[in-house]
Design a protein around this ligand. Structure first.
Ligand code: CO
Length: 461
């Protein structure tokens, strides 16, 4: 029997996030949801990551309502979200009561699979979210944030996978957020993980940034990978995932079983081509994001980070300093103990690199996030932080030992009390804890709209 390869479609989340800074509003993809449901994907990645933040910040959408609407239009295919472990969807650690309730509500509103990662691969930061996912009856996918450095070996990754299995992971995801994994590394790592935990399906996630992705997926499939993450062709390539249709075509030619409906992917591609062209025309989709960039093999800048870095420099009228910022990035990363560059460490390291370059002096100005990182508030770093830099940043302050979330007081009931009538549900409270200012503004506007509507009704009567 032919080996079967399954697909996760990323157009609604990662492709959207990597190419157009997550600006795709619900209305723009709604007409395609029932088609996407008919393709035969293993799952649709549609929520989490930056979608929650951007819904509230830029799109004036309730992220929970978006999820419910997707669920209603996609009854058959599993819906997947990306969760940043103890960071949930934010950029720093939350107390456990928030993590638990968030996971429970995500599942209640329609999520089937939660892919849980930690930016530092510190499993202590995954534990609470994994337990909550399993308790809510969803599939916990334990993710490795893949990176290369003198301290990241395949043996270490296999060790981590075994820990994830112990914690109840139903699948394993190798998350190569920067697209730096080469075909041989993919073959070796997938083989090693398959040997260690043959009963767990493995999903490989990569980006096309460096141009390696097609080859990397192919060798991963040869090593027995079960699931690959791809994007429908108009939203594929560059900082996004490789194209769904291309991989389906090639893998079938090589004798693998691919159960995707080509008529449906064609319909999706036709539709999303028009959507994409609109974003090219208005400048949201920059040509640089679509290009192959092998510099990432040196700099390890993930897709989302590269487009953020570009727009950050563009805003500061300093696009000509890009090469310097890219050179400084791996140096900051080394100082910080080789964190994988993924949210939030990618932003922290990226912003610090830009600051170091624009200030003309390294660590003259330091963000509060980098300071917290040096205090140990993001967990255990893969290698020790450069002691001189840590001393420079912390002064006499001592870094903390143990799990940071253990020092945080519960937050849900306090937030509920603060919001009072403004909150109509647990979901509102969760949005408020995640993004207080954005959510409060959103909820106030919603209330004003409702009051307006009520007035109109009275007038009409
Ligand atoms: Co990604």
């Amino acid at each position: 029997m032919a080996q079967k390869v399954q697909f996760v479609e990323t157009v609604l989340r990662d492709a959207n996030q990597s190419l157009i800074a997550t600006r795709l509003p619900f209305d723009k993809f709604e007409p395609m949801l029932s088609t996407i449901d008919k393709v035969g994907y293993y799952a649709i990645e549609c929520w989490g990551g930056a979608t929650f933040d951007v819904c509230l910040r830029y799109l004036n959408e309730d992220p929970w309502e978006r999820l419910r609407k997707i669920r209603a239009a996609v009854p058959n295919t599993k819906l997947q979200m990306l969760l940043r472990g103890q960071n949930v969807l934010g950029y720093s650690h939350y107390p456990d009561d928030f993590v638990k309730l968030f996971v429970q509500k995500a599942v209640e509103n329609g999520i089937d699979i939660i892919r849980i990662f930690d930016a530092l691969n510190d499993v202590n930061n995954l534990k609470v979210a994994m337990e909550a996912t399993i308790k809510a009856g969803a599939i916990a996918s334990g993710a490795i944030s893949y990176t290369t450095s003198p301290v990241h070996t395949h043996a270490k990754y296999v060790e981590m996978v075994k820990e994830l299995k112990e914690m109840g992971a139903a699948t394993i995801c190798i998350k190569d957020m920067a697209g730096i994994m080469g075909p041989q590394e993919a073959y070796d790592l997938v083989s090693a993980i398959k040997d260690a935990v043959p009963e767990l399906p493995i999903d490989l996630h990569t980006h096309s940034t460096t141009g390696l992705a097609f080859m990397t997926y192919l060798k991963a499939v040869e090593a027995g990978v079960d699931i690959i993450d791809t994007a429908i062709s108009p939203f594929s390539g560059g900082t996004s995932q490789p194209a769904t249709e291309t991989l389906a075509y090639a893998l079938r030619q090589l004798g693998y079983e691919v159960d995707l409906d080509d008529k449906m992917t064609k319909k999706m591609a036709d539709y999303f081509k028009t959507v994409r062209d609109g974003y090219i025309a208005d400048g949201t989709l920059m040509p640089k994001s679509m290009a192959t960039d092998t510099q990432c093999l040196t700099y390890q800048i993930p897709g989302g980070m590269l487009s953020n870095l570009l727009s950050q420099l563009k805003q500061m009228n300093a696009l000509d300093r890009l090469d310097e910022a890219l050179l400084e990035t791996p140096k900051v990363r080394e100082d910080m103990g080789y964190p994988p560059l993924v949210t939030p460490t990618s932003q922290m390291v990226g912003v610090q690199a830009v600051t170091n370059v624009l200030q003309g002096e390294r660590y003259k100005k330091v963000s509060k996030e980098i300071k917290a990182y040096c205090r140990g508030e993001y967990g255990r770093t893969p290698a020790p932080i450069n002691p001189e830099i840590q001393k420079l940043i912390l002064g006499d302050e001592k870094p903390l030992e143990g799990r940071y979330a253990d020092t945080l007081a519960p937050v849900v009931e306090k937030a509920r009390a603060e919001l009072g009538e403004l909150a109509k549900s647990d979901e509102d409270v969760l949005s408020y804890i995640a993004f207080p200012n954005l959510a409060e503004k959103f909820l106030e506007e919603r209330k004003a709209k409702e009051e307006n509507a009520a007035t109109y009704t009275i007038v009409e009567c």
